[in-house]
Design a binder for this molecule. Structure first.
Ligand SMILES: CC/C=C/CC(=O)SCCNC(=O)CCNC(=O)[C@H](O)C(C)(C)COP(=O)(O)OP(=O)(O)OC[C@H]1O[C@@H](n2cnc3c(N)ncnc32)[C@H](O)[C@@H]1OP(=O)(O)O
Length: 725
């Protein structure tokens, strides 16, 4: 709703739709009614539009886009109605003015913002464009370069920047509403023509066409197959080439194309999935609604390797005082230097912003080799080498030293949380926190509860994720948890495809064309092939503990490819050694080129093992890699390791470079259709009966058999979830 009230000469229209004043049909109707009332009342000389509860508006109601009577066309005419008012209209922007919310403000003749307000046109992140004439008004107000930047990235800008760009007329530190009413009273009677953005020309840029060509190339490069950025670009370009009304027509056409695209649906699904995973639950009955987090006033990080350094940086950025511990002075000094470098860089990026990084103060960041300094911390994150014996030794020590309430977190990508917890006297306070590298950049935090982990511990870890501006996803304890467990069959298929005749660059290209940031071989080279090699040696799959006489390409009766082990045995660990699946310009280099040595090696390998080389098309590469990953996802859901497909999708989008415009692997499966996914897995499984990853999971079979139900109903088909608590 929108509430209409008349003060002296200024009528107030307050957008009201908690929690974010989204522009539902009812709100828009009330806004239109309010404008008409103000227009008809001769005692009203000006209008002020604001939002309830300190928020202007977060834009169109996103849930409305999938409603039968869509919001689409409704907002544009209302923005025009505001602009054409003969009485000055002032927007009082508090909190956020986003999407359609900002478009309403652009229709107003003046804009006053609170200094802490944020503004943006994030439609592109939902697979859309600002379809209420925003692509035509914004360039007229702030110029084409700044408008293109805002519209094609969807970034939110602070009020201070908005003022510099000319997006708002005034910013205030105190009462925005009063300031807006003051301004409204002041401008009564002044000509409105110059304030109507639709009448303004688009400011000229020297050599506009060359500028646009360059901007388009950049947009395309960054979009990686996502349609919306390019269509946003086209709408802004229309503003530079056509009069306002024609530009609006073009904007509407492009909006309709996006609205009906599967990509918009996928991105909107991803928006709500990210929010849904905050409402975590475990099969044992613990949940976000009843568990309360405990405060974290001081934390500790153990281990200052790559992961530890990123985690320390994250905690400092979140303003959490901490102790950083290493095993000896040499490693401590090395780690301290690296952390300081990271923090200096972060501080530079944040220069000019509201937050200042305080990392030179030992009361906030202390480096030590003394475990005793961990006595009074509220939370410890252990981030040492991935080795069970070492982790257990540390947790045993922690349980003796740390105060009774302290939460003990382990940063592990696969190890058993229960086994680590068994080394302590407080397994209820032990939890897995799987960060992704670089830990101060990547948004995902996989939070793994063990058999004894308490609801308070889970709630505290989730609260930590929020404090670190990460997306926390709560999952159960199994080898590889969710993300890596689904990744194993995907990478395994990629390697099998090489055995059968493909090339690393061919496989990577198919998956990068699908939208992944990097394909599996580039990813392995980046992460380091030695990481998986060490893990396979620990599992007895390769190395000295492998029983004599084990067939080269078989383990436990299943197909196994020794290719990655063979590369490691030749010192090819990936980027760090300058050679892996690709060749790099030097050790530590980043430019991957196909390596003739590797191609020759693959050919000899096939000859040695009597493998007939065959041509493998793009469809097979894509399906075998993706469907085996998705298949594992269904097994995970059936085991109760994750409480819904959204969890898997949020993990893949935020931790594994899955293209967001494809909604995540489980959403993608739902768009392909489960019967088709099943049929393809059956086909590949028949061709490769010794590959369990291709054998369709029972849950997938069940869902396909009941007629491909929509994703949100999948979990209701699980009769009983097995508890991992
Ligand atoms: C033709 C007209 C075209 C118009 C195009 C548009 O306007 S599209 C919409 C553009 N707006 C956005 O993309 C903003 C989306 N929202 C946000 O970025 C954030 O929610 C926020 C406003 C910055 C607030 O963030 P915060 O972290 O404080 O809260 P939540 O994200 O948890 O949100 C609170 C609940 O509000 C729901 N919600 C937020 N925005 C919308 C929206 N535009 N429509 C509907 N619902 C919205 C959100 O889902 C949360 O609810 P839950 O029930 O908890 O999921």
């Amino acid at each position: 709703m929108a509430q209409y009230a008349r003060g002296s000469a200024v009528a107030v229209i307050r957008l009201r739709n908690p929690p974010v004043n989204a522009l539902s049909r009812a709100v828009l109707q009330a806004l239109e009614d309010g404008l008409k009332k103000a227009d008809a009342d001769p005692s009203v000389k000006a209008v002020m539009i604001c939002g309830e509860n300190g928020k202007f508006s977060a834009g169109a109601d996103i849930r409305g886009f999938s409603a039968p009577k869509r919001l689409g066309g409704a907002l544009g005419p209302i923005v025009s109605l505001i602009e054409s008012s003969e009485k000055p209209v002032v927007a009082a922007i508090e909190g956020v003015a986003l999407g359609g919310g900002l478009e309403v403000a652009l229709g107003c003749h003046y804009r006053v913002a609170h200094v802490k307000a944020r503004m943006g046109l994030p439609e592109v992140t939902l697979g859309l464009l600002p379809g209420a004439e925003g692509t035509q008004r914004l360039p007229r107000l702030i110029g084409v370069p700044a408008a293109l930047d805002m519209i094609t990235t969807g970034k939110h800008i602070p009020a201070t920047e908005a003022l510099k760009l000319g997006l708002v007329d005034e910013i205030v530190e105190e009462n925005t509403i009063e300031a807006a009413i003051r301004l409204a009273n002041k401008v009564i009677g002044q000509p409105l023509g110059p304030r109507r953005l639709s009448l303004k020309p688009v400011p000229k840029v020297p050599n506009m066409e060359a500028f646009l060509d360059e901007a388009l190339a950049k947009v395309k490069r960054q979009a990686r197959g996502c349609l919306a950025p390019e269509l946003c670009f086209q709408a802004v370009r229309a503003a530079t080439r056509s009069p306002f009304a024609e530009g609006v027509r073009r904007e509407r056409e492009l909006f309709q194309v996006l609205l009906s695209s599967g990509q918009a649906q996928a991105l909107q699904y991803a928006f709500f999935a990210e929010r849904a995973v905050r409402r975590w639950a475990t099969p044992g009955g613990a949940s976000w609604s009843s568990a309360a987090p405990q405060p974290v006033r001081r934390a500790a990080v153990i281990g200052l390797g790559t992961m530890g350094r990123g985690i320390v940086t994250s905690l400092v950025k979140a303003n959490i005082p901490l102790v950083a511990l290493e095993q000896d002075l040499e490693n401590l000094n090395k780690g301290r230097k690296a952390v300081m470098l990271l923090l200096e860089r972060e501080a530079m990026k944040m220069e000019g912003g509201a937050q200042v990084l305080d990392f030179h103060n030992p009361a906030r960041l202390q480096f030590t080799v003394d475990f005793d300094l961990l006595r009074d911390v509220d939370l410890v994150i252990e981030a040492v080498f991935e080795n069970m014996a070492l982790k257990k030794e540390i947790f045993h020590k922690l349980s003796k030293i740390c105060k009774p309430g302290a939460l003990l977190c382990t940063n592990t990508s696969a190890l058993n949380i229960d086994e680590i917890a068994s080394a302590t006297n407080r397994p209820q306070q032990v939890i897995g926190t799987h960060f992704f590298s670089p830990a101060h950049v990547m948004r995902l935090l996989e939070i793994i509860y063990g058999r004894h982990t308490s609801p308070t511990a889970i709630a505290t870890a989730m609260q930590l994720a929020t404090a670190l501006k990460k997306v926390g996803v709560v999952v159960g304890n199994c080898f590889g948890f969710v993300g890596n467990r689904m990744m194993f069959p995907y990478v395994q298929q990629a390697v099998f495809l090489l055995e059968e005749g493909s090339r690393p660059d061919a496989v990577d290209q198919v998956l990068e064309d699908f939208g992944f940031k990097i394909g599996p071989f580039r990813m392995s080279d980046l992460a380091g092939l030695d990481v998986g090699w060490r893990s396979r040696k620990d599992q007895g799959l390769t190395g000295p503990s492998l029983p004599a006489g084990t067939p080269a390409r078989q383990r436990h009766g299943q197909r196994y490819s020794p290719l990655p082990d063979l590369l490691c045995e030749r010192g090819r660990f990936g980027q760090k050694t300058g050679k892996g699946w690709y060749l790099y310009e030097k050790a530590g280099g980043r430019t991957a080129t196909p390596d003739p040595w590797l191609l020759n090696f693959l050919s000899q390998y096939r000859d040695t093992h009597g493998i007939r080389t065959r041509f493998i098309d793009q469809e097979e590469i894509l399906e075998r890699c993706l469907f085996s990953l998705i298949n594992e996802g269904f097994a995970i859901l059936a085991e109760g390791i994750a409480s819904g497909p959204e969890h898997l999708d949020v993990i893949y989008i935020n931790g594994y470079g899955w293209p967001k415009h494809r909604g995540g692997p489980m959403f993608y499966a739902s768009t392909v259709g489960l019967p088709r996914v099943l049929a393809k897995l059956q086909k590949y499984s028949e061709a490769h009966p010794d590959v369990p990853g291709l054998q369709p999971s029972a849950f997938l079979k069940k869902l396909a058999a009941v007629g491909n139900p929509p994703l949100k109903e999948w979990m209701s088909y699980l009769s009983q979830q097995s508890s991992k608590l």
